[in-house]
Design a protein around this ligand. Structure first.
Ligand code: SF4
Length: 209
């Protein structure tokens, strides 16, 4: 869908509220929706600049009381953990003010360690009340990952596996993959099973699962 609307930091689909806090991402997935569209559901997700925490909270406060949102999800036209501090501050505010009624999830490409070297990423997320991580794996081996996701980090695939292994000890974790010709969903499912995490197949609508 193409739209001329002003960019949205906060948008919604069904009963979920989504936070589009960045357009940065260390990958260049060939299937990324942002290569083809300006947004989803009538919202424009192409940010003109990276929003400040206050700008995220201002937009959030306009809509957070509109209904009983099932989940608030960090998920947009970029990788949320590229802005870890923003995720932490916004999550703290949500948990402080709405923590009893809303679940917080991050949809991530799993490269949080590479993006935040020297930080205790998972525990920092746990400490602000993140409940769930949905980690996009999309490949069962490094070569396929490089081919379809075109990561800027050389060891991205290995780091994602490490991220999943450590995250599952702390969070409700699911691994996801999109239905693409290059992707062996069965093998990824087996990888997830071996790691002891849930696996979810997404239709080819990247970034929105
Ligand atoms: S699909 Fe996700 S991980 Fe891939 S380039 Fe787009 S935002 Fe980044």
């Amino acid at each position: 869908m193409t739209t001329n609307k002003r960019p949205s930091i906060v948008y919604w689909l069904g009963n979920n509220l989504y936070l589009n806090i960045t357009n940065q991402c260390p990958n260049k997935c060939y299937f990324c929706l942002r290569n083809f569209k300006s947004g989803v559901g009538g919202f424009n997700l192409k940010l003109e600049k990276e929003p400040t925490v206050n700008e995220v909270l201002a937009e959030l406060q306009e809509v957070i009381n509109r209904k009983n949102w099932r989940e608030i999800v960090f998920c947009g036209f970029g990788e949320p953990l590229a802005r870890l501090d923003c995720v932490l501050e916004v999550s703290s505010w949500i948990k402080k003010n709405y923590g009893k009624i809303v679940t917080l999830r991050i949809n991530t490409n799993g490269q949080g360690f590479l993006l935040n070297k020297g930080r205790d990423v998972l525990n920092e997320l746990k400490n602000v009340g993140i409940d769930k991580l949905s980690i996009s794996l999309n490949a069962s081996d490094k070569e396929t990952y490089a081919e379809i996701c075109r990561p800027s980090f050389e060891n991205a695939f290995e780091s994602i596996l490490e991220f999943i292994e450590k995250a599952k000890e702390i969070f409700d974790v699911e691994v996801t993959a999109v239905t693409l010709p290059e992707v062996n969903l069965q093998k990824i499912g087996e990888t997830a099973e071996k790691m002891g995490v849930k696996f979810r197949i997404r239709e080819y609508i990247p970034c929105f699962w």
